[in-house]
Design a protein around this ligand. Sequence first.
Ligand code: T5A
Length: 210
Amino acid sequence: MSGYFITFEGSEGCGKTTQIEALAKAFSSMGKTVVITREPGGTLIGEKIRNLLQDPSYKNEISDITELLLFCASRAELIASCIQPALDRGEIVICDRFYDSTYVYQGLGRAIDMDTVEKLNQITVGTLKPDLTILLDLDTKIGIQRAKNRQSGELDRIENESLAFFEAVRNGYLEIAKKEPARFKVIDGELNVATIQEMIWETVKSKFLN
Ligand code: T5A
């Protein structure tokens, strides 16, 4: 038996963590087993990679290709030790970011050749694909401001990128969602938390619970 694999995507501060917690509670209250995880991170090795990738003092120390490989390494470990085993047990896996993040942040934000990103993605994930991806679309400036407020003004290595970088990320997400309408649900991240929560639950119910 295979469970469901749900991913959340969006640019900085769009509200993924807030909504993932609410969705996991809703599933748990129905007696379903839910695994919440995140990228980069989610494993011992992945969390060490996350620290490397986010540390603002490494601003000029990580080349674009190294960054891409580190995100893929974290993902490979997460799939092998967490996501695939949980799906094989029939559980629900909710992941904060997955390979769509790599397409938009490294492929578009860093402008790494898409063939390279695609090849590495195939090596990293094989045939694994999310059953549903919730994209919380948010104005870039609002998202960065939210991230700043939450972290008392401190931004991590990637959050320090330019507005143009995050505009490319936002537009890239919307393009992917347009190409894969059966997998994506795009929700306006400026709506209030409760409304977004309800919209996500309606989407999940109609996709998995009917
Ligand atoms: N990355 C990741 C890549 O470049 N390539 C990759 O392949 C992968 C996997 C991850 C970084 O790595 C990059 C992308 C990222 O830069 P991260 O810390 O996980 O780093 O960063 P984010 O994913 O952006 O997570 P954040 O914690 O910054 O944002 P969330 O989780 O989207 O937002 P959340 O829920 O923490 O909310 C942020 C603030 O806004 C408020 C919350 O209370 C909180 O204070 N909020 C709202 N306010 C108003 N209205 C709403 N609807 C709100 N929802 C939440």
